[in-house]
Write a protein that binds this ligand. Sequence first.
Ligand SMILES: *[C@@H]1O[C@H](CO)[C@@H](O)[C@H](O)[C@H]1NC(C)=O
Ligand SMILES: *[C@@H]1O[C@H](CO)[C@@H](O)[C@H](O)[C@H]1NC(C)=O
Ligand SMILES: *[C@@H]1O[C@H](CO)[C@@H](O)[C@H](O)[C@H]1NC(C)=O
Length: 512
Amino acid sequence: MIKYQCFGIVLLCLIVLAKSKTSNSKQQNVRSFPDGFLFGTATASYQVEGGWNEDGKTENIWDHRTHLNPSPIKDQSTGDIAADSYHLYKRDVEMMRELGLDFYRFSLSWTRILPTGFPDKINEAGVEYYNNLINEMLKYNIEPVVTLYHWDLPQKFQELGGWTNPFIIDWYTDFARVVFETFGDRVKYWITINEPREICYQGYGAASLAPGYNYSGVADYMCAKHLLLAHAKTYHMYDQKYRPKYGGNIFITLSAMWYEPANENEIEAASDANQFQWALYAHPIFSRVGDYPPVIKEKIAAKSAEQGFTRSRLPEFTPEEVEYIQGTSDFFGLNHYSTYYVVRNESVKGMYEVPSFFDDMDVIIYQLPDWKIGESNFTMYVPWGFYNLLTQIREDYDNPVVFITENGFATRGGLDDDDRVTYYKYYLNAMLDAIDDGSNIIAYTAWSIMDNFEWSLGYTERFGLYEVDYNSPERTRTPRKSAFLYKEILRTRTLDLEYEPDTNVMDIDEGH
Ligand SMILES: *[C@@H]1O[C@H](CO)[C@@H](O)[C@H](O)[C@H]1NC(C)=O
Ligand SMILES: *[C@@H]1O[C@H](CO)[C@@H](O)[C@H](O)[C@H]1NC(C)=O
Ligand SMILES: *[C@@H]1O[C@H](CO)[C@@H](O)[C@H](O)[C@H]1NC(C)=O
């Protein structure tokens, strides 16, 4: 079926899409989600908590980065207070009840729990905060889905090299042990690490996220190796020691945009882009053979030799490590936002710094202006890319159980977020197409329940179903139109593409 395959020029693409819409029998206007399908929303500690130095919490790499002068953040903002969830967690849980969520995904601030980074000193106030949040959620049958690491590394560990230091494997696992001992009785869904690509490439290669190194082609690959080993070690620890006791699930969340060939001559280029951009992390865990994708190993080794390095800039895994990492995730946790076209032509020569991740990948990626809906171009609207990505994951990794841990749309604010409503409707529609084709998707998470600190973009991009008023001391949260859409989807367990949200009253349906 050609439904979402759009090769060639834009016009042809639009014709194909228009045609598939009318001719596709699956395109009913009201569609049901599978029985037992779970819906949630997500946040991350640094993006919402605030309380950056309260009650014994120490500095992490995002505190450090946002306090630099001059600030590398677009609007010079910080997460010092953010949405103030450190104090407003009861209101957050009330919002979860208003929406009717099955689960809520949040992350733990490492230095709030372990001020030295090590387990030598456990900060009771930090533990109490997360206990309060978890217990308040459980009171209303909202399942906690907890990310151990969502980017806020202890600053002290960064000064020792962070994810480029192999000791991180033990530092991280020690933190995970404290967390499982402390919260494992009540938390049944654990995400080890959020978005390895962003941690390693953006953090150590592109300098666009903390810690802000621009040592691409070297540091980003060192990071990748240690991150995968830290994840695997923690998975095995949970599997052997805590799963028998608590029976929970543990998995990793990968970020994956979709990379589409710009035309039928670019299939290999697009495949390389998908391999470098996300299979670098997926293949070692989810493929039958394990290890980095062969194409990545070959390309980086060849370029490294050409460039005069004595060994590949991509540090290898030993056969024991390959086996140790393989199969270490109960679900394929997926964060997805948008799509790029890919070409490989003469212009790629000299386009990127040498060496670098992009030079190793050796392709040009771009988006089409037509994909922009609304004011922001941060999350270009390409629902068919989501379908193609889910299809690729099903085909490449033996149809793994997929837990969609993030999907969402950025606006510049305002309660009438019709573009976000459109985005959610058609991305969920694309996900249902993949499910119809056999993809084993069990959960969907909207990013985000409320506006939050969007890393290097500060508060300039808004992702919330609820708007946060950063000018009010109470950080007042107000539901947007999309919140009413999401609530209706969760209430009916159906997707009605014609549904227009009624934005009058946001209340809590009793019985949930
Ligand atoms: C990389 O970062 C260093 C120090 O932060 C800076 O001096 C250098 O210009 C940067 N290089 C590039 C290519 O951005
Ligand atoms: C390569 O592709 C890009 C993106 O489509 C285009 O802008 C550029 O002109 C192409 N270069 C050559 C030499 O064809
Ligand atoms: C989005 O806009 C920014 C600035 O307005 C620009 O630098 C960037 O290249 C744009 N991105 C895309 C994908 O068009």
